[in-house]
Structures are given as C-alpha cells and as structure tokens.
Design a protein. Structure first.
Length: 394
C-alpha cells in the first residue's frame, strides 16, 4: 500500500474515532450529565459549544503549523492533547472544570477534525483530491452511527463519567498510534512568512485580505449556519406539522443519511462544473431546501423527502467547503489559507444549535425561523456570485 493510500485509510479510522468521541458522544450523554450533576442542559451544551468555538479560533494557527510541520506531527499532537481533555471532561468535579476541559478539547479538535485531514489529503492527492476527500467524508459519516449506540451502552453500564473514561482510552489506543504511523507520506515544508526571495510577508496572507476570499468565506459561513440551524431544529418543526415524535426523529436520521448521498454526488458534479458555478448552485440549492422544508405543510412523506434533500445539500456543501480554497488558490499553502477560511464557518456551526432555537422563539414559530434562514442563505448565494466575479466588496 502506497504512503498516500495508507494515510487515507489511517485518517478514515481516526476521523471516525475523533468525531465519535469528541463530538457525537456528548448529545448522547447529555441527559445523564445533567441528571448526575444538576447542571442545566443549556449550561452543559454551552461548554460543548465553547469548545467548538475554540476549535474555530485555534484552526488558524493550526493551519500554519500544518503547512510548516506536516500533518503527522500536528495531528499526533492533537490526539495526545485530546486524551487528557476527555479525561478532564469525565472527572470534572465542578462546572468551571467541565468548561475548561471542553476548551482544551476544542484546541485538540482543531488538530484532529476535518480541517487538518482535508489539508493533508489536499496536499498529498493534488488533482485527485476530490475522490480522496469524498472517501474520507463518507467513512467519517459513520461516526454517529457507530458511537451513538456505543456511548449509550457505556453510559447505561458505567455512567457518563465512566463512559468518557473508556472513550478517552479509545482515543489513546486508536488515534495516537494511527496518526503517528500512517501519516508518513513526504511533506514539502511551506513557510507562509517568506516570499521566494526570503523576505517576510504580512502575517495575514494577501489572499485572505482579498475581497474574493472574504466574500467566499462569508458566503459559506452564512450557508453553513443556515444548514446546521435548520437541520438541528427539524424535529420541532416537523412535530409542529403533525408528525409523531418517532417519525420526526426518523426524519432527522434520514437527513443524516442524505448527507452521504450529497457527498457521493459531489465528485461527478465537480467534474462537470466550474468552482464558481457549483458554489453558487449549491448555495442556491441550500436556500431552496431550507425554504421548502420551512414552507411545506405536508403530507408527511413530502416532509421526510424534503428533510432528506436538506441533508443531501448539506453533505455536498461539506465537500464544497473542503475544496473551495484549493480550487481557487492552489494546494501549496492549503493549511494556512483554509485555517482562515474555515474559522468563521466552524464558529457558525457551533452557534447554530442555540441560534436556531433562539430565532424560532424570537419570531414565534419554527416556520418563521426557517424563512429567516432562507433569506440569509439567499444573501450568501449573492455573495458567492460576487466573489466569482472577483469584484472588491464596497
């Protein structure tokens, strides 16, 4: 097996494990956490979301380190940090300690989640990156499928603290050695601080300060916020339309399955469209899917189909985000540029669960909230179109 293929296999294993432990275990354990500690669900979720915000901010220096040091050292270090952070979550005696552990976990997430893996595969696979990224995201999509029931079983037997200790052990046993032994393909060091003549550049790359970069990042941030806020409030929307709680939950599961469809479709779409064309098209499709789900009164089969369509667009947009930087600015400094590019997107997805509910409460209905989210994503499509024309923002 070649070094690049071995790295892809290794990243598939570590992405499933890292997402399963650091992300998908929390919503499963939340009820047990609140029952055991007396902390409110809002407070516990706020600690989790704070970790995701830290992940977004830490992604900027991590992107620089990826270009400079390579994914083997950075992702292995992230795995090493994730283990005591997870232990800290398990053993936290007070809420401040629980919050602090999640903040450390957020720093680890920035080095082990998608952005770091995307940087590695984009550099190693070059023009073949779409297929590699598609494979990675398809396999990583199994994280919730595997770790939600596993976490539930562990919580039932060991309690939430014991479950997190076991999961921390899983991180240590799986991700540290796999990152250390499989990410060994050659890596050309890129120091973004120097020009070809050796002169220092501005700390923020010129590409990041360009109108095109800022508009495109803003467009995908608005889109991600809309898609995640809609996805995570789909259950109350559907129950308000008369669906049973069971069918609404099933619809959410099918929405997740729809993401796999979107990721499969992205490769052929990328081969037949320009970067700007598919960006505007997928953002417009996102607005349509959110608006349709928010406005459709029924019947149940149509609502379920609309939820699947929303998931498919969201899945395709994951790969759109992964390829946007390399499609326009090349692969040489992907880690640095994508760190800046993805930071607001990651922050938006962290805030989306709270914001979706807050919007619904503010306007008085989930349908109204979906309408506002649709409007925001329509604005994102306009920003993406403008970015494609390479006009400066005024």
């Amino acid at each position: 097996m070649g070094a690049e293929r071995r790295a892809l296999v290794g990243l598939c294993v570590t992405q499933v494990t890292s997402w399963g432990v650091l992300y998908y275990a929390f919503p499963v354990a939340l009820a047990a956490i609140t029952a055991d500690t007396g902390w409110s669900a809002t407070a516990a979720t706020a600690a989790f979301s704070a970790g995701l915000v830290v992940s977004a901010l830490a992604g900027i220096p991590v992107g620089r380190w990826l270009d400079l040091l390579g994914p083997r050292r950075v992702m292995t270090a992230g795995s090493v940090l994730a283990v005591p952070a997870t232990v800290g979550i398990a053993l936290a005696p007070t809420y401040p300690a629980f919050l602090a552990a999640w903040l450390v976990a957020g720093a680890a997430m920035s080095a082990v989640f998608y952005q770091a893996a995307f940087a590695a595969l984009t550099r190693w696979y070059g023009d073949r990156r779409v297929r590699a990224l598609t494979t990675l995201t398809l396999v990583a999509g199994l994280a919730s499928t595997l770790f939600a029931p596993l976490t539930h079983a562990l919580v039932e037997v060991l309690g939430w603290r014991g479950a997190y200790l076991v999961l921390a052990g899983g991180l240590a046993v799986v991700t540290i050695p796999v990152h250390a032994t499989t990410l060994t393909a050659p890596w050309a060091r890129v120091d973004h601080r120097e020009t070809s003549a050796g002169r220092r550049r501005s700390r923020v790359p010129a590409e990041v300060r360009s109108g095109q970069f800022l508009a495109l990042s803003a467009a995908l941030t608005l889109t991600a916020f809309g898609l995640y806020a809609a996805s995570l409030t789909v259950i109350p929307l559907l129950t308000g339309r008369g669906l049973s709680a069971s069918l609404a939950a099933t619809s959410l599961g099918l929405l997740g399955a729809g993401q796999l469809l979107g990721r499969v479709v992205y490769g052929p779409l990328a081969a037949r469209t320009t970067p700007n064309g598919r960006t505007v098209g997928l953002i417009a499709a996102s607005a349509f899917a959110i608006g349709l789900l928010g406005a459709l009164p029924g019947p149940p089969v149509a609502l379920v189909a609309a939820a699947v369509a929303l998931g498919a667009v969201r899945g395709a947009c994951t790969l759109l985000q992964a390829t946007a930087v390399a499609d326009r600015w090349g692969t040489a400094r992907y880690g640095t540029l994508s760190g800046y590019f993805a930071a607001p997107i990651t922050a938006a997805t962290a805030l989306a669960p709270w914001a979706g509910t807050a919007l619904a409460e503010g306007v008085g209905s989930y349908a109204g909230a979906f309408g506002l989210l649709t409007t925001g994503v329509v604005a994102a499509a306009a920003l993406a179109w403008r970015a494609g024309r390479r006009l400066p923002l005024r």
